[in-house]
Design a protein around this ligand. Structure first.
Ligand code: DLL
Length: 436
């Protein structure tokens, strides 16, 4: 029998009680990173702040922001609070250039995360008796293992199927009786298409709910996936730097938005231009401070995701603040089939290859339910007059390097010198034709 809450007391706590927990945790966190993480201490000293200056929650705004650049500058482990002896796992996500962003977890962090994912799954209506079909990718990406540990903690049966091989996924779904699907929303649509092609009626399966995230998706997409898979679809949000999936979860009874697990993650919305904190109800950039993480906490981490916060109590009774669906980003990060891609990473790869000109364009399209990325790149005059064989070799090399470094397969097209339109201001590096 499904229950409504995983941790009822905390999920429905009146806000005064919640804020008192947040303040205590924030104070302890700031004191700890000041002592143990040199880059945090340096920034705080430069801003003239000491841990003792955090007396109330609003003092959070005195603390400097943390960005992906800080993580890159301290790659790989320079922002960890401890040596690797107590770090039991690392994950990584895309950095803005060649190096990934690395995050680490102690045993307790893994427990906290599993607990939060169990909370998220419960919030989405899953429970012990469920057969959880986990099609998030297993590996450095936080989706697969993050959801896996949460589903086990919940006591459900997990099918660690990971991404890809849709036909096999559907056979498994049918034979094992999957009831809960975890995947990116675009992959869910992909599965729906494959199901149709296999002549399988989704109503003949046991699938009941889908928990979709890791990329933006619209209400239209929700309707489509709900109809095509004959399920209820809910949104899950998270990012590696904060913990992974399980930062916020939409509930089944939702009157809009995802509940942020605020006893662990303190959210703010800021004006991305000025950095000023904005009141609830206003749209801006989401910023998170982790309150309980041990190995890799973050203070005021700028997610670059655009959303809005609301505090009205939800139909489900949770008092936790809700965030609206993420509607976009303040930077140029693209999410292709769930993989985060920065145009600067593509540039970094291209510039490492001789004969390739610094003129390129990335074209993103949605063919059916699949995102595709192609890269058009100019080659030098001399190379262009070379044998076809050599040009083909170059195409293969670029495709391979992009796959190796970014983790996405793309189509590379070499084009004539000076054929990509020159800009008179900002170069248009990306043409995103997807309509989500
Ligand atoms: O995508 C963690 C995750 C895994 C979330 C599985 C949900 C489900 P990263 O690879 O670090 O972590 O990418 C984080 O993905 O900053 C957003 O831009 C985007 N994102 C994540 N969830 C959503 C969502 C995982 N529900 C980045 N809606 C974030 C829109 C999302 N965008």
């Amino acid at each position: 029998m499904a229950t409504l809450y995983w941790e009822e007391e905390i999920e429905t706590l009146p806000r005064v009680g919640l804020e008192s927990i947040q303040l205590k945790r924030l104070q302890a966190l700031v004191a700890r990173v000041y002592e143990t993480v040199e880059p945090y201490r340096r920034k705080m000293v430069a801003a003239g702040i000491e841990p003792g200056d955090i007396r109330q929650l609003s003092d959070l705004q005195k603390l400097p922001f943390t960005t992906k650049d800080d993580l890159r500058d301290n790659y790989p482990f320079g922002m960890f609070t401890m040596g690797l002896d107590d770090v039991v796992r690392v994950h990584a996500s895309s950095g803005t250039t060649g190096k990934p962003t690395v995050v680490g977890y102690t045993k307790k962090d893994i427990d906290t995360w599993a607990n939060l994912m169990a909370r998220a799954l419960t919030c989405a209506g899953a429970s012990r008796g469920d057969m959880v079909h986990n099609a998030y990718g297993y590996g450095l990406f936080t989706g697969g293992l993050g959801a896996h540990y949460g589903a086990e903690k919940l006591g459900a049966t997990v099918i660690p199927v990971s991404g890809g091989n849709s036909k096999r996924q559907i056979t498994i779904m049918k034979d094992f009786g999957s009831t809960v699907l975890l995947s990116t929303p675009s992959y869910a649509l992909n599965l729906a298409e494959a199901m149709e092609a296999m002549g399988i009626d989704p109503a003949s399966l046991s699938l009941r709910v889908g928990i979709f995230g890791a990329e933006p998706w619209s209400e239209n997409m929700r309707e489509e996936v709900e109809r095509k898979l004959n399920i209820k679809a809910v949104d899950i949000y998270g990012l590696s730097e904060v913990i992974g999936p399980g930062v916020a979860q939409e509930c089944l009874q939702s009157s809009g938005g995802m509940h942020i697990f605020e006893d662990h993650f303190l959210p703010e919305i800021i004006d991305p231009q000025t950095g000023e904190a904005l009141p609830h109800g206003e749209r801006g950039e989401l910023v998170f401070t982790t309150l309980t993480k041990e190995a890799f906490p973050v203070i005021r981490y700028r997610t670059k995701d655009i959303s809005t916060l609301h505090t009205q109590t939800c139909n489900c009774g949770r008092t936790l603040v809700r965030m609206d669906k993420v509607t976009g980003r303040t930077d140029d990060m693209l999410i292709i089939r769930g993989v985060n891609v920065f145009p600067s990473q593509v540039e970094h790869v291209l510039m490492g290859i001789e004969g390739v000109e610094p003129h390129y364009q990335i074209i993103v399209e949605r063919q059916g339910t699949m995102d595709t990325m192609s890269v058009e790149v100019e080659v030098s005059e001399t190379l262009f007059s070379d044998e076809i064989k050599e040009l083909e070799q170059l195409t293969r090399r670029i495709t391979r390097d992009i796959k190796d470094i970014l983790g996405v397969t793309c189509q590379v097209r070499l084009v004539n010198p000076r054929s990509i339109q020159r800009s008179e201001g900002k170069a248009q590096r990306v043409i995103d034709k997807r309509q989500i």
